[in-house]
Design a protein around this ligand. Structure first.
Ligand SMILES: Nc1ncnc2c1ncn2[C@@H]1O[C@H](COP(=O)(O)OP(=O)(O)OP(=O)(O)O)[C@@H](O)[C@H]1O
Ligand SMILES: [Mg+2]
Length: 251
C-alpha cells in the first residue's frame, strides 16, 4: 500500500528543548490513523510540523509521494493536507455557512468568496452531506459544542483534502455527539480521504482507527494496529497513572 504521509527522522526543538525526537512513522493512504500519547507528548506539534506551521529542524516529511519538507502552509493545503485545531477556531459570530465557506480561503482569493454563488453552493452541499443541512443560517456561538466540532470538520473538507488532520475532535463531546462525529468521519474516510486523528478517547480510537502511532516525550514508542496497542508494554507504561485513558470513555 502506498503512503499518504511519511515522517522520516523528524526532530523539533523550541528554545533548546527537544520536543520531537527523531520521529519516523507512516500513514497508509486511505487509512484512519490515530496519533495518541499522554499530555505533552508532542502530538499537536507533529500536526504543526506536517501542516507547516513550524519548520522542522531535522528529517524529512513526504506526502502523497512528494517531499513537502520545504513547502509553505498554502502549498501543503494545495497538495491536499487540511487540518482542524485542538481548540475550536470557528468565528463564533458568523453563521455556520459563512464559517464553512472560510474553509476555501487557501484555494481561492478571499475577495472572490464574497457573494460567490459557487462557494455558497459548495458549502451548503458539504453541510448537507455531513448531516448538518439544518444549520446553515444559524450563528455558530448558539450551536451545541458537538455540532461546532462537526462544522470544523466540514470547514476543513472545503479545501478538498486528500489527508485530513484532526486534533482531538472528540474532546468535550458527550456519547451521542461522539457517535455522530465518528459516523461523519467514517463517511469522510469512505470518500477515500486519509484521516489522521489525535485523540485521548481510546474507545473512539478503537472504533474508528485501523493504524495507531503512539508518542511519549517526543519519541515514537509504538506503531501498529488498534487491537495490539493496548497490550503493548511500552504503551501501558507510558499511560501508567492514567489507565482510565486507555480503557475508559465512550465511542
Ligand atoms: N510553540 C512552542 N513553543 C515552545 N514549546 C512548545 C511549543 N509548542 C509546543 N511546545 C511544547 O512541546 C511539548 C509538546 O506539546 P504538544 O502541544 O505537541 O503536546 P500534545 O501531545 O499535543 O499534548 P496534549 O495532549 O496536552 O494536547 C510541550 O512540552 C509543549 O509545551
Ligand atoms: Mg495537543
Amino acid at each position: 500500500m502506498s503512503e499518504a504521509l511519511t515522517l522520516d527522522g523528524v526532530s523539533k526543538s523550541f528554545g533548546g528543548l527537544k520536543v520531537i525526537n527523531d520521529v519516523s512513522f507512516r500513514v497508509p493512504e486511505g487509512s484512519r490513523t490515530a496519533l495518541i500519547g499522554p499530555n505533552g507528548a508532542g502530538k499537536s506539534t507533529v500536526f504543526n510540523l506536517i501542516s507547516g506551521v513550524y519548520p522542522i529542524d531535522q528529517g524529512r516529511i513526504q506526502a502523497l509521494g512528494q517531499d513537502i519538507t520545504g513547502y509553505t502552509v498554502p502549498q501543503r493545503v494545495r497538495h491536499g493536507i487540511a487540518r482542524s485545531f485542538q481548540n475550536i477556531r470557528l468565528m463564533p459570530h458568523l453563521s455556520t455557512l459563512e464559517n464553512v465557506m472560510l474553509g476555501e480561503h487557501h484555494r481561492s482569493h478571499p475577495l472572490q468568496l464574497v457573494g460567490s454563488a459557487r462557494a455558497t453552493a459548495r458549502a451548503r452541499r458539504a453541510l448537507e452531506d455531513a448531516g448538518l443541512g439544518t444549520y446553515p443560517g444559524q450563528v455558530v456561538a448558539d450551536l451545541p459544542y458537538g455540532v461546532q466540532k462537526r462544522i470544523e470538520v466540514v470547514r476543513a473538507l472545503m479545501a478538498e483534502p486528500r489527508i485530513l488532520l484532526l486534533d482531538e475532535p472528540a474532546a468535550g463531546l458527550n456519547s451521542t455527539e461522539t457517535k455522530d462525529l465518528r459516523l461523519l468521519l467514517e463517511r469522510v474516510s469512505g470518500q477515500g480521504i486519509t484521516l489522521v486523528v489525535v485523540e485521548h478517547d481510546m474507545p473512539f480510537v478503537r472504533h474508528l482507527c485501523n493504524h495507531v502511532v503512539v508518542l511519549n516525550f517526543g519519541s515514537k514508542i509504538f506503531e501498529g494496529t488498534a487491537e495490539s496497542v493496548s497490550r503493548d508494554p511500552l504503551v501501558l507504561e507510558a499511560y501508567l497513572g492514567s489507565a482510565q485513558v486507555m480503557e475508559g470513555g465512550h465511542a
